[in-house]
Design a binder for this molecule. Structure first.
Ligand code: 6AU
Length: 274
């Protein structure tokens, strides 16, 4: 980035993100931090909606305040790649990263194959989630799939979860971080946005070199459906989260644009404060 505008962003990004900007090595972590500065928002939208039309509409409505679009592509009714390209184009036109929350969990070879297939995740997703339960090779399998199509992507490993009674206990989290530290493809971790104490603990173990992105945040609800738990977005960021993953708080709001602005300002304000 050599032009004046690029220089401005870089300075702003370094000021806003501090040690995280300097220490995170994955290029997509810098891309995310740059977009966050441009939009003054740490919002990742969980677009848990059943049709391409609805996903495109929410991107158009709130995309100016969203840094990455998180999808569950296998939730989309009547999926086909031609329709899906409307989502990819809409997200691109709003400068968002595309993040498929696939939660891979199989052996490396199978994960590599699952990155292709009907949804061809490797061809459009910049980021994906993966469990670490099967060991480190799942990450290599995912990365090999991006290699096949000559694209760069990043993996977020689930180090914690937001759901009640989940089995990701401290020992599992520690082993997950070991896998992450050993791989250049791991951009960061999913942390539990509903618990400040869990997040503070996770950040102290992760250090500055990886991102922590957190679902389980909502400005108003105390509890979600079916065991989902929520915390306040600003508290999550102050505790060490770098991105707040928000679904129903935005797409179920009466006025999604007003809602996303609130999440953007709460998260950005907390980043500048910490
Ligand atoms: O804001 P919500 O509760 O409507 O949506 C939360 C979103 C959903 C979940 O699939 C996802 O966040 N999520 C995740 C991940 C990886 O993003 C992990 C987790 O522990 N809890 C959780 O809710 O799209």
């Amino acid at each position: 980035m050599t032009n004046g505008r690029g220089q401005d962003y870089r300075m702003k990004a370094e000021d806003a993100w501090g040690a995280r900007w300097v220490n995170c090595a994955h290029p997509l972590s810098h891309e995310y931090m740059r977009v966050a500065c441009e939009k003054e928002s740490l919002v990742v939208l969980a677009a848990d909606l059943p049709t391409v039309d609805e996903i495109v509409r929410i991107i158009e409505d709130v995309g100016d305040y969203v840094c990455a679009l998180k999808t569950h592509v296998d939730m989309v009714e009547g999926f086909n790649m031609e329709d899906w390209s409307r989502v990819v184009d809409a997200a691109g036109s709003k400068g968002m990263l595309l993040f498929e929350d696939r939660k891979f969990a199989d052996i490396g070879r199978v994960a590599q194959t699952q990155m292709g297939g009907l949804y061809d995740i490797r061809s459009w997703a910049d980021l994906v989630t993966s469990h670490s339960v099967s060991g480190p090779d799942v990450v290599d399998g995912i990365a090999a799939a991006w290699d096949e199509v000559e694209r760069i992507g990043g993996v977020l490993l689930l180090a914690q979860m937001s759901s009640t009674g989940n089995l990701l206990v401290d020992g599992y989290t520690d082993l997950t971080l070991e896998i992450g530290r050993a791989s250049p493809h791991v951009l960061g971790y999913i942390g539990n946005g509903s618990s400040v104490s869990e997040l503070v603990g996770l950040r102290s173990k992760v250090g500055e070199g990886r991102m922590i992105w957190t679902p389980g945040v909502n400005l108003s609800a105390d509890e979600g459906v079916l065991g989902q738990r929520y915390g306040h977005p600003a508290e999550a960021v102050l505790a060490g989260s770098d991105a707040i993953i928000v679904g129903s708080g935005i797409h179920k709001a009466g006025d999604p644009l007003a809602a996303v602005r609130e999440y953007a300002s709460a998260s950005w304000g907390a980043l500048l404060e910490r």
